[in-house]
Design a protein around this ligand. Structure first.
Ligand SMILES: [Zn+2]
Length: 122
């Protein structure tokens, strides 16, 4: 008897996507970018991956949002270049602040940066 199946899934975490709150488990955490493969199995051993799905996922409850391959490739590139990590640190800094407060803080930072620049020039 040959035992086979079409529904074995493996989930590979590519890297950190962004800091966000999950609507399912109500936790704030850093979501991850995942590549999910569905395999054809023979005697419970994965043989051929026949479907791919691209997701961003909550690390806490594993709920996910499916994204397009284009978005996935773009995010993967950003993760590898370290841009997402920088964005995550940035978002943690403004955590719990309203948009107005964030804009104000950013304006202040820009102003400070400008001042510093002017000082070094003089
Ligand atoms: Zn969750």
């Amino acid at each position: 008897m040959i035992i086979y199946g079409w529904d074995k899934k493996t989930r590979k975490v590519i890297g950190k996507f962004a800091h966000r709150s999950c609507t399912y488990c109500n936790t704030d955490s850093v979501w991850v970018l995942c590549l999910v493969r569905t395999w054809f199995t023979l005697f419970f051993i994965p043989i051929i991956p026949y479907a791919k799905s691209y997701q961003i996922s909550c690390p806490n409850c594993k709920s996910y949002i499916t994204i397009s391959k284009e978005d996935f490739m773009k995010l993967k590139e950003e993760i590898q270049s370290g841009k997402r990590e920088a964005d995550i640190i940035e978002s943690m800094k403004y955590k719990g602040k309203s948009d107005t407060q964030i804009n104000y803080l950013k304006a202040m930072e820009a102003q400070n940066a400008h001042n510093t620049e002017a000082e070094t020039e003089a």
